[in-house]
Write a protein that binds this ligand. Sequence first.
Ligand code: NAP
Length: 257
Amino acid sequence: MRRVEGKNILITGASKGLGRQLALDLAREGAAGISLVARHADLLYKVREEIRDLNPRAKVLALPADLRHSKAVERVAAATLSEFRGRLDVLINNASALGPSPMPYLLDFPLEEFRRVLDTNLIAPFLLAKKLLPAMLEHGGSLINVTSDAGVTGYPGWGAYGISKFGLEGLSQTWASELEGSGIRVNWVDPGNMDTDMHRAAEPDGDPSQWADPAAVTEVFLYLASDAAAGISGRRFKAQEDWRPQADRPGLIKREV
Ligand SMILES: NC(=O)c1ccc[n+]([C@@H]2O[C@H](COP(=O)([O-])OP(=O)(O)OC[C@H]3O[C@@H](n4cnc5c(N)ncnc54)[C@H](OP(=O)(O)O)[C@@H]3O)[C@@H](O)[C@H]2O)c1
């Protein structure tokens, strides 16, 4: 039995990097429906073709949209629910904007750029979940938000991006508390350093050979999307550390939902 057999899944930021890899791996694991969202239609259509090779029976929806705009987020939610006949099992808020590169300190951060980063990384995940969770309540499901270590430490220069991830972590915790007992589990994952366009823009002088291939970090997402994670909610995961749940590991909270 494949791990997400029969599930309908929406992934934002699915055109490249981690989002694309998640789409491919979830398709390989038997997803019945995959809704892919990003701005660049050409890249999204390529991912849709790759999925068709891996899982010809999956219903694949490529939805080009700019998630900074709430109307676009609402269109994505409506199109996904319409195509999947009102049933969604997993929502992965992965799309992210970094802001200007090189990354300015807050004193120099242009206001409009600050707003754009928050619109993409915080407001869109809030609105998408708000629009989709009601449909997920009937059968239960999994909400996964993608965070960063910049979401728990205020690194100099990581300004709007880090602040948006602090917000996303708070949003995730609050969803998890408010949805306790509803059948929807909410967790958030720090994938760690990966060799992607975003990381190359963030650290142009860094050494990409030191950064993980996105394919190396998807296991925790497959786990959280699968029924094996039933009852796991309100937790922060680090994809490149030993994240596997152990009932007796100190400091880990297991909440029944
Ligand atoms: N790379 C790392 O080392 C690292 C470390 C920690 C956390 N993360 C997190 O991991 C996640 C994936 O990052 P990544 O490194 O894979 O980034 P990436 O390669 O730059 O991909 C970002 C994705 O988000 C989409 N996107 C950006 N702005 C969008 C918008 N306004 N509307 C719709 N889609 C938008 C992009 O597609 P379009 O450009 O086509 O819209 C792309 O598909 C992010 O949440 C990031 O914060 C990454």
